[in-house]
Design a protein around this ligand. Sequence first.
Ligand SMILES: Cc1ncc(COP(=O)(O)O)c(N)n1
Length: 453
Amino acid sequence: MTRADAPVTPPVVLTVAGSDSGGGAGIQADVKTIEACGGFGTSAITSVTAQNTTGVQGQHLLPIDQIEAQIEAVTGDFDVAAVKTGMLATSDVIDLVVEHAADLPNLVVDPVMVAASGDRLLAAEAEDAYEALIAEAAVVTPNADEAAVLTGRDVDNPETAERAGRDLVEMGADSALVKGGHVPGDAVVDTLVTEDGVTTFRHDRIDTEATHGSGCTLSSAIATQLAHGDDLPTAVGDSIDLLASAVRYNLDVGEGPGAVHHLVQTRNDAARHPTSEAVERAVSALVEADVSTLVPERGMTVAGATPYAETPDAVAAVEGRIARTMDGVRPNRGVRFGASTTVARALLAAREHDPAIRFAVDCRLTDAVEDALASLDGRVAAYDPGERPNGVSDDATAQWGVDRAFGTSDGTPVAVVGREGVGTDGRAMLLAADADDLVSQVETVHETVRDDG
Ligand SMILES: Cc1ncc(COP(=O)(O)O)c(N)n1
């Protein structure tokens, strides 16, 4: 018997860029990102660089007719839906792309000039040639330094970024995304300028040097989203979110600063099922162990975050919580992602301080529980709910408290406790990188309370 095939037709995206032997930037970053975003990645290689995480050791420009042959091979066969350019190396290569612009829809121009390592990737004579390519771009994505070269304006704050963006649109680009990564400040502000107006995208800065490949990844993601038919602000906003995760959970590879994690969202999505299964197993184990001494009046919640979780949407929790019954404890309902429980948000707050933490459970806090927690192998961090600022609601107290407790703890605690006052039950949140470890900690505390009581 033969089987029916089931072809799929992802949108085809072409990258015209240099090869990075180190795998973090260039063609390698582009194809990984295009595929991660659901496109089919094709390439025209302009230059082969000998490169790794420490820098660029050599560059070999391909003959211009070979670059042209690659562009024609791809555009002549595939229905190309979007294109990005990266390292174009010389004015001849830039001119070549301009000549083929009519065959290059949704053209995203990342005007690569200097690598993150400081090595030049564009001949100085070629800077002026970019003007003609910018006129063909759906979006041009310079960082502050590139925007300064292209417009002659110093870009050092959102206002000057906007002015440079307007200059680029006047040069003929449909839009300009002036990136804020090179502008100092605790927040990174990216500025999107179109004929219609200005949109800014703000992210907390991530404290890392491992940004190699960030521009390549961002422009490839934007091109792929445009290839899917997304409108420009959506394509840009989603791609910036992807890059923020790719930088936060960067790849610690090589001797130099590592590279961005091109597949971060794909891997995170793939981890959803194992994560919810781990939460389910933890719940079953706690039911089995009958940890009733620790179940709060309001019930017990177990939550598990995917490895790269940033929002409640990526945290699985027992909805309805584990409740005390006449004959033990049982979960009221199933495990669900996105249940915006107090514990899910507190877990995310803990992950701001230590992203290795993935599982949390909230327990009743009594004097006996507090004593038992002290027997755990690890420190217990405390906060005083009475000190919470006026703007923090009851629901957000645990989240605020976890952040507060981590801020005052010397290292990652195994538990965070908050008590309103003498004689009242407070909240204890146990935290772990591993669901099995979390269960054994809860069991240890429960057994200690039971045996001492
Ligand atoms: C082939 C090639 N293309 C682009 C970049 C820029 O990437 P980054 O500035 O992140 O090093 C690079 N280093 N190598």
